[in-house]
Design a protein around this ligand. Structure first.
Ligand SMILES: Nc1ncnc2c1ncn2[C@@H]1O[C@H](COP(=O)(O)OP(=O)(O)O)[C@@H](O)[C@H]1O
Ligand SMILES: [Mg+2]
Length: 382
């Protein structure tokens, strides 16, 4: 999705692809296949680049440091990126910045997890600090007995991150971008709906959020970007917790264009993909204003329909204003394969916009109009 932005600006994008069937290969003409965990492959790939950046955070930190030492312009740099790679490093940094963290601990074994649960109260959330995404690497532990069943996780990685389970009203995301010279801009704070640990829907902006909470969330994201030296796009995932401290707690950081920013492709003056390129190249950033009072992004995961294009006549006819983004991935159950952006002319229309976006996504996913209405806007955590 960075390719159209690069093309518009006349930049040549090259992608180090994991395999020849990833969607980037069909979108980007120069897309050699190689292992991003192999240093020589990375070094070879870096030749002739003005800047090297990422669309996931799994390139080993040590390799990025070595690339920097070899003179490669890595953006974001490893000292910043490690906060998106390692949730324990991130939690410690958020404490250091005195920004609102959930209660957390680094736990080395089952006994430490049980001690944490007994102290903070069950349930607790157990996370692998590295390598997780879309809820993989996140487990809710309801009791000491359940904690005893986590030894397999500690065997493959230790220490792990334990967090108090936060009673939030909704999840939010504060998206910003920053250049190496320190110019930074923020998009409006959005409401993100997660289903089974996967981002399902985004409502931009988050409606009825107290102005001071939105401002504090934006400030926190800009401060994190600045203090950690982040370059490119930074997404700060938040839990909204009305009536407590700042009114939110920080969940996690992502340093790349993020699912919670896909709405900007059709809903903001500058999309997160264009902004990421401008930022990592140290160019002036684009305006981040929304183009409509409300924009809904609805993801579609692999479902019943294997032949997505067969659903296009019905899906596209159902909502001419919808913008469909299909990733060209093979359909597997639960795999993110695309999203729909739909703008509304008034915040009062949010329910209708959500429903219409869900219809388009549902038709593509399952080949038929979804039977159910989207759940009410603040009920997903009830
Ligand atoms: N401490 C917590 N309390 C309550 N829910 C949580 C907590 N941590 C994570 N979750 C839920 O799990 C989801 C995934 O967790 P996250 O740490 O963001 O992992 P991932 O790297 O998979 O995105 C969150 O979006 C949220 O819905
Ligand atoms: Mg997350």
């Amino acid at each position: 999705m960075m390719a159209p932005a690069a093309t518009a600006l006349g930049f040549e994008l090259r992608v180090l692809a994991e395999s020849d069937d990833v969607s980037a290969v069909s979108a980007v003409s120069s897309s050699p296949v190689g292992d991003y965990k192999d240093f020589q492959t990375l070094l070879e790939f870096s030749k002739g680049l003005d800047v090297m950046t990422f669309d996931h955070e799994h390139v080993p930190t040590a390799h990025l440091r070595a690339l920097q030492e070899a003179g490669v312009n890595v953006q974001p740099g490893p000292d910043a990126l490690v906060h998106a790679q390692d949730k324990l490093v991130m939690r410690a940094a958020i404490d250091r910045l005195e920004l609102p963290n959930p209660v957390w601990a680094s736990v080395a074994d089952v006994a430490a997890l049980v001690a944490f649960g007994e102290e903070t109260g069950w349930p607790v959330v157990l996370k692998t600090p590295r390598g997780g995404y879309d809820g993989k690497g996140v487990r809710i532990i309801s009791s000491a007995a359940e904690a005893a069943e986590t030894s397999d996780w500690f065997e493959s990685m230790s220490p792990l991150l334990a967090e108090a389970k936060v009673e939030f009203t909704r999840e939010l995301s504060a998206l910003v971008a920053r250049t190496p010279d320190g110019e930074a801009r923020a998009w409006p704070v959005v409401h993100t709906v997660q289903v089974d640990g996967v981002c399902d829907e985004v409502i931009a902006p988050a409606l009825d959020i107290p102005v001071e909470v939105a401002a504090a969330a934006e400030d926190a994201a800009l401060r994190i970007a600045n203090e950690l030296g982040v370059t490119g796009v930074l997404a700060v995932e938040l839990f909204e917790t009305p009536g407590t401290g700042a009114g939110f707690l920080i969940n996690e950081l992502a340093m790349r264009p993020h699912n919670t920013g896909h709405w900007t492709q059709d809903g903001a003056v500058t999309s997160q993909f264009e902004q990421h390129l401008r930022a990592v190249l140290n160019l002036p950033l684009g305006a981040t204003d929304a183009l409509a009072p409300v924009v809904v992004m609805k993801n579609f995961l692999g479902g019943d329909n294997q032949d997505l294009f067969s659903a296009y006549p019905l899906a596209l006819a159902s909502e001419p204003a919808a913008k469909v983004h299909c990733y060209g991935k093979s359909v597997r159950p639960g795999r993110k394969i695309g999203h729909v952006n739909l703008a509304g002319t008034s915040t009062a229309d949010v329910d209708s916009v959500r429903r219409r976006a869900a219809v388009v996504a549902g038709i593509i996913r399952d080949g038929r109009v979804p039977a159910e209405e989207p759940p009410a806007i603040l009920e997903e955590n009830a």
